[in-house]
Design a protein around this ligand. Structure first.
Ligand SMILES: N=C(N)NCCCC[C@H](N)C(=O)O
Ligand SMILES: O=C(O)CCC(=O)C(=O)O
Ligand SMILES: [Fe+2]
Length: 328
């Protein structure tokens, strides 16, 4: 459950990463300290920054820089990779195309998903079947994103081992049939700056309306210098998550809320770019296996000292229902 947090904690996870695949990791004092901080942040805010994550700052910056270059291209160029239902909702969407709670979001984006081959998940996976669409320009776009996705997947798996220890005492609860074959989503997002006297700008200022994320854990790589991401605390105040160079902003998704029986919540957040400058964010979403049925973990039911709070949900069904409402 979220509390009345006023700021979002920063966690140095290097000690966790160092021992992450060691069978005795749970006994390591450095790991235990990271796990304690993860648990506190997840209970209090559902949001935290991570540093000491091992992904080079130069890569974080390059990913945002190619995103800027893509969004700078003329519309005719960007629309060459237009998102369509036939492509499994992969590709470019223009400003206002994504809908949150009935209101068009003032962002444009490229949506990417783990590949879903024909028939892979039967009728459950049909909507998401397709291949990612990559722009020809900037030239190294796909190669760079492939590397980035691989590193984010590995990092998320390791953070989830820490979260698993915090919730259950075992590092492995989110492996195997739960998330051993993790589905992932990546959104490369651009938020126009506020209108200026001499040019067109967005028609409202909500870059992305209040929402929760869908899966287990999100890694947000946001532009330096613009504060736009806001997180809602228990009293309904919006707390800013300003950029901290070299870090990821991490947050909990709906599937982890269910697994934890509400010990951790998928916190509401939104994006408002009030600056005159165009803002880019690359959000990586680490999810369960596509066809996994998610339900509260027994240890979490016990620890939360109450009955099962959520019904089982199939991640793929949750994703598909979101995608279909996002794009009407
Ligand atoms: N894959 C994720 N988490 N995407 C987040 C997008 C949030 C906005 C979307 N229209 C919504 O209402 O969910
Ligand atoms: O732009 C951001 O900082 C966050 C975007 C976000 O919340 C999302 O895409 O789910
Ligand atoms: Fe989000």
């Amino acid at each position: 459950m979220a509390t009345d947090f006023k700021s979002i904690p920063i966690i140095d996870i290097s000690a966790l990463l160092a021992k992450c695949d060691d069978p005795k990791m749970a006994e390591d004092p450095g790991v235990s300290e990271v796990v304690r901080q993860l648990d506190q942040a997840c209970r209090e805010a559902g949001f935290f920054y991570v540093k000491g994550h091992g992904i080079p700052d130069s890569l974080l910056k390059e990913v945002k820089s190619v995103a800027h270059k893509f969004f700078d291209l003329p519309y005719e160029e960007k629309i060459k990779i237009k998102m369509t239902a036939e492509a499994g909702f992969r590709g470019y969407q223009r400003v206002g195309e994504n809908i949150t709670k009935g209101i068009p979001d003032m962002h444009e984006a490229i949506d990417c998903y783990r590949e879903v081959k024909e028939g892979m998940y039967g009728s459950l996976g049909k909507t998401m079947e397709g291949y990612n669409q990559w722009p020809c320009s900037p030239q190294n776009f796909k190669e760079l994103m492939d590397v980035y996705i691989r590193l984010c997947t590995d990092l998320s798996r390791k953070i989830m081992r820490g979260i698993s220890l915090a919730l259950t005492g075992s590092p492995e609860e989110f492996e195997g049939r739960r998330a051993g074959d993790a589905f992932w989503v990546m959104r490369i997002i651009g938020y126009p700056g506020v209108p200026t006297a001499d040019g067109p700008g967005p028609t409202n200022d909500i870059g992305c309306g209040a929402h929760t994320d869908y899966g287990l854990l999100t890694l947000v790589n946001q532009d330096d210098d613009i504060t736009a991401l806001q997180v809602r605390n228990l009293s309904g105040e919006w707390i800013s998550a300003p950029p901290i160079s070299g870090t990821f902003v991490c947050n909990i998704g709906d599937m982890l809320k269910i697994y934890s029986n509400g010990l951790y919540d998928s916190t509401l957040h939104r994006v408002i770019n009030k600056s005159p400058t165009y803002r880019v964010c690359v959000a990586y979403f680490y999810e369960t296996n596509f066809d996994t049925a998610v339900e509260p973990l027994e240890t979490c039911i016990q620890r939360s000292g109450r009955a099962k709070k959520f019904e089982r949900a199939v991640y793929g069904e949750h994703l598909v229902s979101k995608v279909l409402t996002n794009f009407g």
